[in-house]
Design a protein around this ligand. Structure first.
Ligand code: NAD
Length: 335
């Protein structure tokens, strides 16, 4: 750690310096030096950001993903011992450049996995029941009871659920689905041993097979060069016309134009979209323009419940304090 009079934390998240200082105040007795917080934002010049990063002991990343951490910025981080990202996703950080400089990047581990899993199951049932249409119709004085029956509404019971990406969130989804009596398939880069699959009540399926057999498909892979546009026209056309797709992962993983066509032309029955390749997506985005389809659109809130946000803040702060005390960080994603 540097021999300065205080520990310097550079915060890229849009929170006031005074609030950040207050969050760290209860931990001051555990440290040998006071903490100073410098907040930077995308509005600041690179010169100002450079000056702050050169002094930093720890960097807290931007939870709104507006300020990327580039290879150039890593070069300025002479004393940085940790980049603590207060979210699960970290695709705005050049983690390889950080690793080359010996800087660990940590996310918040499983702090909001349960929240995303609950969102996923909530939206699946709402889509199967066409809940948004039912609510809007009745609110507008339209009694669409027969229309909904004719369109088809479905139970979750007895269906096949395909989970793409069987990490923390994927497993929380599987755990929560047990009481619903569904068959669970999963696809992941890494297959689990068969005993583990049996213990978790899931079966492995290659992606095309999972897409063909599932009534509900939910996406829980991170955004990487391998997962970008992992679900495109070819994959959507493999799905059943009664199937639904839930994407609370990252917008770029799905070809959004193809998904818009899949919904408007009836290749699939519905979709829930929490994330977009551009956020906010704007009114001319293909998924925002869609009318009269079974879609649930939310503004990247699957993992941002009030409960999850307090777990995220505590996980981030405790990780920073751990490193300032000279202990190794947890939830490191690049080393
Ligand atoms: P995780 O790292 O625990 O799990 C990801 C899984 O994906 C791993 O099992 C990994 O092996 C698998 N995977 C990676 N690349 C793959 C590939 N090319 N093919 C198949 N499988 C692959 O991550 P997690 O905590 O479960 O989170 C998953 C993603 O959810 C995050 O990266 C983030 O983008 C997103 N997320 C969104 C929100 C939200 O609010 N919408 C909140 C939290 C997380």
């Amino acid at each position: 750690m540097s021999d300065k009079e205080s520990y310097i934390i550079v915060s890229m998240s849009p929170l006031p310096e005074s609030f950040m200082k207050a969050l760290f105040a209860p931990y001051s007795s555990q440290l040998d030096k006071p903490i100073e917080v410098i907040a930077v934002s995308p509005k600041d010049s690179m010169e100002k950001i450079k000056e702050a990063l050169e002094k930093a002991d720890v960097v807290i990343g931007d939870y709104s993903f507006s300020l990327p951490i580039t290879a150039e910025m890593c070069e300025y981080m002479k004393n940085v011992r940790l980049i603590a990202q207060p979210s699960t996703g970290y695709d705005h950080i050049d983690i390889e450049a950080c690793a080359k400089k010996g800087i660990p990047v940590a996310n918040v581990g499983e702090a909001n996995a349960v929240s995303v899993a609950e969102y996923t199951i909530m939206t699946a049932i709402a889509l199967l029941r066409r809940l948004i249409k039912a609510h809007l119709d009745v609110s507008e004085g339209k009694w669409s009871q027969w229309e909904l029956m004719e369109l088809g509404t479905y139970d979750l019971y007895g269906k096949t659920w395909g989970i793409i990406g069987f990490g923390r969130i994927g497993r929380e989804v599987a755990k929560r689905l047990r009481g619903f009596d569904v068959k669970i398939l999963y696809y992941d880069k890494y297959r689990l041993p068969e005993e583990k699959e049996a213990e978790l009540g899931v079966k492995y399926a290659p992606l095309p097979k999972l897409l063909k057999l599932s009534d509900i498909v939910s996406i829980h892979v991170p955004l990487t060069s391998e997962t970008e546009k992992m679900i495109g026209e070819k994959e959507l056309r493999l799905m059943k016309p009664t199937a639904i797709l839930i994407n609370p992962s990252r917008g770029e993983i799905v070809d959004e134009e193809a998904l818009a066509r899949a919904l408007s032309e009836g290749w699939i029955m519905g979709a829930a979209v929490d994330v977009y390749s551009v956020e906010p997506p704007g009114t001319d985005h293909p998924l925002i323009k869609l009318k009269n389809v079974n879609i649930i659109r939310t503004p990247h809130i699957a993992g941002a419940t009030t409960d999850a946000r307090s777990r995220i803040i505590m996980t981030t702060i405790e990780n920073v304090v751990r490193v300032l005390k000279g202990e190794p960080p947890i939830n490191v994603v690049n080393m």
